[in-house]
Design a binder for this molecule. Structure first.
Ligand code: ADP
Ligand code: ZN
Ligand code: MG
Length: 475
């Protein structure tokens, strides 16, 4: 029997507002426990929520960016459950109607573009965090995160593989970062996802029983967890058994999913409208203003980079995948108008350096103007591309002017004919056998001579001059 996988994703995006959703506490990661807490977000009796308008703007902007309807009226609802990190014993969320409905994202997982429907986007507050200490044999509650604003983005069950799910998430993350509504940091939990997975015989329209996967904190883990889960469900069906609807936890170290809780103890959230909050109204005038503020989105920018700068689709895709990179590229090009050279330095040197250090672009001290200068001095032959490569780590770290650094450390290319000529003479004198062989017709030895001269000049000789002088002296 051939099966088809069906996947729907629920994504939580932590918004980068100044303050929390219903109080004026700072919305900041990494503060000391319970530093950013007030009567509202710690659920003191009688404390009343007051809506942060920025959250409505961010939700509407994301809604427009994913082609959704921004509903003129939506409501907050109480979602009731008991857990120590939730002091009110209910989470303020949205049920019906949410702020946005019926959007879609076009996703390319390498097999052509597919349209993935987005069922809804709603606003809600985050819970706090429990910290369990084995050392103290105690659990602590940190409410800094309680009441911080989230958007939940729920896809239709339109995804068909782990790779497609990862591509959808990458596209969505790039969008929230382009919109500057979230820092998208997956490790700090600013962008997290639960995956609902089921399988069905190919050709069947009815959905199979799904499991919900949690603890997926990187694109790679999302993909691997889904792939594992599809295999597991196939094995279950092939053994003549049935998939149990349940929540499963992904263990990245073992690359397996494990049952966490079954449907029997599934929650009944008893949603009801929050009587402390007014319905949310979004006027068409407000929407027009926000629509006009939408930035160019990743796919549009990619197309423009191809037409305006002559980059290949792949290169343009890589550079526009993150807004910071695309901005860096355009800033550098505005200083030195050689887009392909700049793109090559970004994709070669800069990306390699970032990967090696597992760092974000913010860690790079070399400014776009600095990178433009590096491109220029390579093009002008002041340093070789090889030297550019060698000094890049230093430039990355120090942010120093490439030209000044190359001068100061004696890396400037030697374009002085006299100096190169004496190096060439020495090389020829030291290798009489090769000189004779060359003159007898073994011309591919010229690479050997160039290599020797480069060695003598520590890679600094202008290669064009070296070739010219060698040709003259060997003829
Ligand atoms: P719940 O009310 O349990 O949260 P929803 O209907 O809101 O369920 O769906 C949650 C997510 O699960 C959505 O992303 C949806 O696309 C997905 N989903 C629902 N049914 C299935 C299924 N049978 N297989 C895979 N994904 C599913
Ligand atoms: Zn507060
Ligand atoms: Mg749901």
């Amino acid at each position: 029997m051939e099966y088809e996988a069906v996947i729907g994703l629920e994504v939580h995006v932590q918004l980068c507002t100044e303050s929390k959703l219903f109080c004026s506490c700072p919305n900041r990661f990494g503060a000391t426990p319970n530093e950013n807490v007030c009567p509202v977000c710690s659920a003191m009796p009688g404390a009343l929520p007051a809506m942060n308008g920025k959250v409505i703007e961010y939700a509407a902007k994301l809604g427009m960016a994913v082609n959704a309807t921004v509903n003129p009226e939506s409501r907050f609802a109480r979602k009731n459950y008991f857990y120590p990190d939730l002091p009110k014993a209910y989470q303020i969320s949205q049920h019906e109607p949410p702020i946005c409905s019926n959007g879609y994202l076009d996703v390319d997982a390498g097999k052509g573009v597919r349209r993935v429907r987005i069922a809804r986007i709603h606003m809600e507050e985050d819970a706090g965090k429990n910290i369990h200490s084995a050392q103290d044999n105690a659990s602590y509650v940190d409410l800094n995160r309680a009441g911080t604003p989230l958007l939940e983005i729920v896809s239709a069950p339109d995804l068909r593989s782990g790779a497609e799910a990862a591509a959808y998430l990458k596209t969505l993350r790039a969008m929230v970062m382009y919109l500057k509504i979230s820092d998208g940091n997956m490790e700090e939990g600013s962008f997290r996802c639960d995956a609902n997975v089921s399988i069905r015989p190919k050709g069947q329209t009815e959905l199979g029983t799904r499991t919900e996967l949690k603890n997926l904190n990187s694109f790679k883990n999302v993909q691997r967890a889904i792939e594992y889960e599809i295999m597991r469900q196939q094995d279950v069906l092939e053994d003549g058994e049935e998939v149990v609807q349940e929540t499963r936890l992904y263990d990245a170290s073992k690359n397996i999913t494990m049952s966490m809780r079954s449907k029997e103890d599934a929650h009944d959230y008893r949603y009801f409208p929050d009587p402390d909050l007014l319905p949310v109204h979004v006027s068409s005038e407000m929407l027009d203003i926000w629509r006009a503020e939408l930035p160019e989105m990743p796919l549009e920018r990619r197309a423009r980079f191809v037409s305006q700068y002559g980059l290949s689709e792949d290169d343009a895709g890589l550079i526009t995948a993150e807004r910071e990179f695309a901005d860096y590229f355009e800033d550098a090009v505005s200083v030195y108008n050689q887009p392909k050279r700049i793109a090559n330095l970004i994709m070669g040197e800069l990306l390699r350096e970032l990967n090696q250090r597992e760092a974000e672009l913010a860690a790079c001290r070399l400014s776009p103007a600095g990178l433009a200068e590096l491109a220029r001095i390579i093009d002008q032959g002041l340093i070789s591309a090889k030297i550019g490569h060698d000094i890049f780590p230093h430039l990355f770290e120090s942010g120093e002017s490439p030209e000044e650094y190359a001068k100061r450390s004696g890396m400037m290319q030697i374009s002085d004919t006299g100096a190169i000529e004496s190096a060439v003479d020495e090389v020829l004198a030291e290798n009489p056998k090769e000189v004779n062989e060359y003159r007898a017709g073994k011309t591919k030895l010229s690479a050997f001579f160039v290599g020797q001269v480069m060695r003598k000049t520590k890679g600094k000789a202008n290669p064009a001059l070296v070739n010219e002088l060698l040709a003259k002296k060997l003829s």
